[in-house]
Every structure is written in C-alpha cells, then in structure tokens.
Design a protein around this ligand. Structure first.
Ligand SMILES: NC(=O)c1ccc[n+]([C@@H]2O[C@H](COP(=O)([O-])OP(=O)(O)OC[C@H]3O[C@@H](n4cnc5c(N)ncnc54)[C@H](OP(=O)(O)O)[C@@H]3O)[C@@H](O)[C@H]2O)c1
Length: 221
C-alpha cells in the first residue's frame, strides 16, 4: 500500500515507518527533518503548524492511507496535535485521500472539548484504580496536552474522512510483541502500558480493517 507517515522521526512514527517498510509498503515520511529518518524512504519536509500546503498535499495525495504519530515534543509545543492534525485533514480533504489512522491517548474519552463540554465522567473500560486515582491525577497534570488531544479528536470526527483513533495508555519502548488487547469504544481494564512498537503494529493492521472506520480503539498489554 502507498502510505504517508506523519511524525516518522518520533517514537510511534519511527515504528510505523520501519514496520511498514519491512512489510513491503511504499511509505512516504512527512517530517520536519528528513535527515533524522531511520530508513531511506521518500520524504517531505513539513512543519505541520506552519505548513507548506503544496508540499503537504503532495505528501498525502494519491496515498491509500495516512498514519500519524504526531504529538508535542515538550510542554511548550502543546497545540501541535490539534493544529497539525487540522492541517493534515485539510490536505487530505483537498487531495481526496480518505483513510486516516492516528494516535490519541487513553483518558481522552473523559476530557471536555469545545463541542463536547460534558463528556462521561469515566471511561467504561477503566477499573476502580484508574477511575478514582490514576486518571484524575494524570488529567490534572497533563490537562493542556489532553485538551489539545480532545480538540484533535473533534477535528477528526468532524472531518468526514475514514478515520480511526487509537487511544493508548502509557507508552514504553519495548520491542513489538503483536500480543495485546484491543477494544472498540473504550479502554482496557487494568491496561496501564503498551509499547510504541505494538501501537504501530495495531495502526498498520487497522488500515485494512473497514470495521474500524469511525471508531475509537483502546489498546493495552
Ligand atoms: N508518552 C506517553 O506515555 C503517551 C501515552 C498516550 C498517548 N500519547 C500520545 O502519543 C503521541 C505519540 O507519542 P510518541 O512517544 O511517539 O511521541 P514523540 O516521540 O514525541 O513524537 C511526536 C512526533 O510529532 C512530530 N511533531 C511535533 N511537532 C511537529 C510539527 N510542528 N510538525 C511536524 N511534526 C511534528 C515530532 O517531530 P520531530 O521528530 O521533528 O520532533 C515527532 O515525530 C504523543 O504525542 C501523545 O500525544 C503519549
């Protein structure tokens, strides 16, 4: 398949790039600095917050799917997920590329966004510890990042594209296992960790799974 990989020099993005090349896909990397790519693939240099529209449209146009591991590198980068995803979505709409699989985060189903100011208090998949201790603490500590991801999800849901949002819990750099739990529409009970490599594995699998279109997918060990 012809894929565009956004953020291919990041943690999940690098896994997406390497696994897609190993699987024989034709991958184009959309990155800020192509010299940092871990594989010699075709690439387009784009800062998604200040995009060169011609370059971005050339990168996503004619692709079977766009996979995104975009996210803020630091606290001062907050806003990049929603602004960058808005640019990505606009370029996909302009070029007719429809399939989008991207990364959000496990708590986002309970985070308010402009169109959903009153989300459910708890994710149906979360157990007692997650509901009453871990989730409230992380939502307080990471409220700006999570607000950005909630806004990003809203842009994607409103996009009319064939989207799938993957919501992982805390990420690790362990090697891929291909063995993990998934659920449509909610998080996984006692699902505290998942490797970036396994998130990438799932994202690549979801591209060809029409049942995942328009779905939020939870993943965890
Ligand atoms: N950390 C966790 O435990 C956790 C848990 C759940 C969900 N998440 C979410 O998962 C996302 C991906 O995680 P990760 O570890 O793979 O993130 P990461 O290593 O920080 O990668 C983020 C990617 O986004 C790119 N990027 C940032 N700003 C950009 C811009 N203006 N234009 C173009 N590209 C830009 C970065 O490019 P450069 O390589 O050029 O910097 C990098 O490739 C996180 O951002 C977060 O939203 C994280």
């Amino acid at each position: 398949m012809k894929l565009a990989i956004i953020g291919a020099t990041g943690g999940i993005g690098r896994q997406l790039l390497e696994q897609s090349v190993d699987a024989g896909h034709d991958a184009t990397a959309v990155v800020r600095d192509p010299s940092r790519l871990s594989r010699p693939v075709s690439s387009v240099a784009v800062d998604l917050v200040h995009p060169d529209w011609n370059a971005l449209e050339a990168a996503v146009g004619g692709r079977d799917a766009v996979l995104s591991g975009l996210g803020p590198r630091s606290n001062s980068d907050v806003g990049v997920a929603s602004a960058g995803t808005a640019a990505m979505v606009k370029a996909m709409q302009a070029t007719g590329t429809r399939r989008l699989v991207l990364v959000s985060a496990a708590p986002i189903g309970t985070v308010p966004s402009p169109s959903h100011p009153h989300p459910p208090r708890h994710d149906p998949g979360d157990g007692f510890f997650m509901r009453h201790f871990f989730s409230p603490l992380t939502k307080l500590a990471l409220r700006n990042q999570y607000g950005d991801l909630a806004a990003m999800e809203e842009i994607v849901r409103d996009s009319q594209l064939d989207w799938t949002i993957v919501r992982p819990p805390r990420l690790t750099d362990k090697p891929p296992t291909g063995r993990y739990r998934t659920a449509y529409g909610h998080n996984l009970r006692r699902g505290f960790l998942i490797s970036r490599a396994d998130v990438a594995d799932l994202m690549l699998r979801l591209i060809g799974d029409p049942t995942s279109i328009g779905q939020v997918v939870g993943i965890a060990n």
